[in-house]
Write a protein that binds this ligand. Structure first.
Ligand code: UGA
Length: 442
């Protein structure tokens, strides 16, 4: 019956899927996590979260102990078990193209469909080019033994790394892209504990639900690049981007969130999502409507180059041979994710220019080491700063904010710091005798 709690499967146990599966089990659902990666399944089943996310390991333990969460590699088991199947696999950028790679989404649906022998709802959560849901609906109806008894819905996910648990348990809104009342009822049942909190729901069609996600990420990326474009103008006239941004932020209509100037955005979502959206819009003949996203991308890439320029300037014109301490590797603080990380991009560029670069990050060190063994790494912010000619803050971890400039003075060779994230108190550092520089500030 539709009134009792549906049994859930979550296909894809990466960042999004693992978080969703764990949180849903903690909320009281019976959940089966499904992944083709046997190692990932084994680790999760053993209570180990394969990535850094505050609060999630504790919830995984709790969910496993409750007996409501299991993991499998079997799609047959998933088909038998589930009433509602969430598709949470990745959609990375296709190599050599701006388009999204839908290989994993298609494979998930193709693997599950033959095992759907009774009425079921498949719910897409992955970030996809608009129009994908329509195509997947036909595929499901064609491949599932239950035919058009199997329905597709779209429920985009807006969780942020570092806040994944909270964003999942208490989202700002839920978007339900549905093709029938039945699908809407099933989704409401699958989100009942979250709806009870008064969470707003937008009920809409499949295409709109797909678009909401890319529109949201594009807006966030645009807001960041907007303030960074203003920083470029500030640099040309000796104006101050910090004061400018603070002034804009005080206008409620603008607001201060995602208006922090600096090195710009990276990660596994914003950069590839704006590219895939621009590409998809071009395919649909409306490329002009979002052509500005190419500018957003360009402004963002320029930040990395300009940060290197600022370091060079502070060093008196020469990166080669300089000892450079890099603080941060993750694409943002409270994460170990180094996908398209601006910090590592800058560190690698300076290494390529002959700088003696040493990197420290509180969480992403292992990932960085594995991906870029050519760089040198250290054990702490102070360790990498030993005898440094310049310190460069690239990811705004709280640990770096807490470093005492006086203590750091005794370690470095030259008291020079580039604050790539406007994270430090300029007056405090200058007061301690440091040459402090930040993009967009005099
Ligand atoms: C982003 C969105 O914020 C989520 O809502 C979305 O669900 C997710 O992508 C996704 O599509 O899965 P996330 O990639 O975790 O989340 O990271 P953000 O917190 O959005 O930060 C993205 C980048 O923007 C970081 O590199 C951060 O340093 C940078 N940023 C952020 C700025 O440069 N300035 C700001 O003011 C804010």
């Amino acid at each position: 019956s539709t009134t009792e709690s549906p049994r859930l499967t979550v296909i894809g146990t990466g960042y999004l899927g693992a978080t969703h599966a764990i949180c849903m089990a903690v909320l009281g659902f019976d959940v089966l996590g499904v992944d083709v990666d046997e190692r990932k399944v084994a680790r999760l089943a053993a209570g180990e979260v394969p990535f850094f996310e505050p609060g999630l390991p504790e919830l995984l333990t709790k969910a496993l102990e409750s007996g409501r969460l299991r993991f499998t590699t079997s799609f047959e088991e998933a088909g038998e078990f589930g009433d509602v199947h969430f598709v949470c696999v990745g959609t990375p950028q296709r190599p050599g193209s701006d388009a999204a790679d839908l290989t994993y989404v298609d494979a998930a649906v193709r693997s599950l469909a033959p095992h759907l022998t009774r009425r079921a709802l498949v719910v897409g959560k992955s970030t996809v080019p608009v129009g994908t849901a329509g195509r997947l609906t036909s595929l499901l109806n064609e491949l599932a033994p239950a035919g058009d008894e199997v329905e597709l819905a779209w429920n985009p996910e807006f969780l942020r790394e570092g806040f994944a648990v909270d964003d999942t348990m208490r989202p700002d809104r839920l978007v339900f892209g549905v093709a029938s009342e039945w699908a809407d009822e099933r989704l409401r049942a699958a989100f009942a504990p979250i709806l009870e909190l008064g969470t707003p729901v937008v009920k809409t069609d499949l295409a709109t639900a797909e678009l909401v996600k890319v529109a949201a990420n594009s807006f966030l990326a645009t807001k960041i690049s907007y303030i960074n474009a203003m920083a470029e103008v500030c640099e040309a006239v000796g104006a101050d981007i910090k004061d400018l941004a603070d002034s804009l932020a005080l206008d409620d209509r603008i607001g201060g969130k995602f208006l922090k100037p600096g090195l710009g955005f990276g990660g596994g979502c914003l950069p590839k999502d704006i590219r895939a959206f621009a590409h998809r819009a071009e395919e649909l003949g409306v490329g002009q409507a979002v052509a500005f996203l190419r500018e957003v991308d360009d402004i963002n890439r320029r930040r990395r180059a300009r940060t290197v320029d600022l370091v060079r300037e502070l060093l008196g014109g020469q990166i080669s041979g300089a000892r450079i301490a890099c603080w941060g590797a993750a694409f943002k603080p409270n994460s170990d994710d180094i996908r398209d990380a601006p910090a590592l991009d800058v560190a690698r560029t300076m290494h390529g220019l002959g700088g003696h670069v040493r990197v420290f990050d509180p969480a992403a060190l292992d990932n960085a080491r594995r991906a870029f063994p050519e760089l040198r790494y250290g054990d702490s912010a102070l360790d990498v700063a030993e005898d440094a000619d310049v310190v460069v803050l690239l990811t705004e971890w709280a640990d770096f904010r807490q470093v005492d400039p006086e203590a750091l003075s005794t370690v470095v060779k030259h008291k020079r710091i580039v604050d790539g994230r406007h994270a430090l108190d300029a007056a405090q550092w200058r007061g301690a005798g440091w040459e402090y520089r930040a993009l967009g500030r005099n």
